[in-house]
Design a protein around this ligand. Structure first.
Ligand SMILES: [Zn+2]
Length: 244
């Protein structure tokens, strides 16, 4: 590589690092970034926009498939420096990531004020155009998802809604099964308004999903119900209201 192209790449990197933050995902678990939003992440990055991720736990409460001997090992496997999440983000090209170590499965017992304060600091520092998180019902009712929703919502309220807020949101045809098992989730359903065709990114998206090896059963369970959702990602815009 000649000096000129090295220099060009250097400046491209500097410019990219300073690009405004288009999208900030705030989620509890390593892998919450990938199933429902990785095609959208790839879209924004391809447009030269920045995408960031805040992961609140190291995922030590998830499945381990015999790949880890303890919760500590699983946390390292999923969210360590050479862990599954890092590899997933390398595949996607996401370089802005902050990993917290709050207890997986225990966010509801953690100091809510601390979680809100930390989240407010991230939003104030990073100034995202859009924040993406879970909807009020946590998509599947998982307590960590529901608490993360409440934390992000509260943080943005206290900051006077400085950005657009998106929720993961599946069309009703995909939620029938979960709502029949947990009817209380249906009352909090949010209808998707933003439908993004991400077919062009399917190979990279599947490769990114596959980095979460320890969650392989979650992946196949998800694919059984939601295979089409690898091709179309759908979000609800909580605010500002969309026209029409
Ligand atoms: Zn999760």
């Amino acid at each position: 590589m000649d000096d000129f192209s090295t220099l060009l790449k250097f400046w491209a990197k500097i410019l990219f690092m300073n690009a405004p933050l288009k999208l900030l995902l705030i989620v509890p678990h390593p892998d919450d970034e990938v199933y429902g939003a990785s095609g959208t992440i790839l879209d924004f990055l391809a447009e030269g926009k920045q995408v960031g991720l805040i992961t609140l736990t190291k995922g030590e409460g998830g499945r381990n498939l015999g790949l880890a001997d303890s919760k500590e090992d699983l946390a390292e496997l999923r969210a360590g420096p050479d862990g599954e999440l890092k590899k997933c983000l390398e595949v996607l090209g996401v370089t802005l990531h902050h990993q917290h170590n709050y207890p997986d499965g225990g966010l509801k017992d953690w100091d809510f004020e601390e979680l809100v304060t930390v989240t407010m600091q991230h939003i104030q520092n990073l100034k995202p155009e859009i924040v993406l998180t879970f909807p009020p019902n946590g998509s599947n009712g998982h307590f960590d998802h529901v608490i993360t929703h409440k934390v992000v919502y509260e943080a943005l309220e206290r900051l006077n809604r400085p950005c657009t807020l998106w929720y993961y949101s599946a069309p009703k045809k995909y939620t029938t099964q979960i709502y029949s098992q947990k009817p209380e989730l249906e009352a909090l359903h949010t209808e998707p308004q933003i439908l993004r065709n991400v077919t062009q990114h399917i190979a990279t998206k599947l490769r990114a999903i596959a980095q979460h090896r320890s969650q392989a059963l979650s992946t196949v369970d998800w694919l059984k119900v939601y295979a089409e959702r690898t091709l179309e990602e759908t979000f609800h815009q909580a605010y500002p209201p969309l026209e029409g």
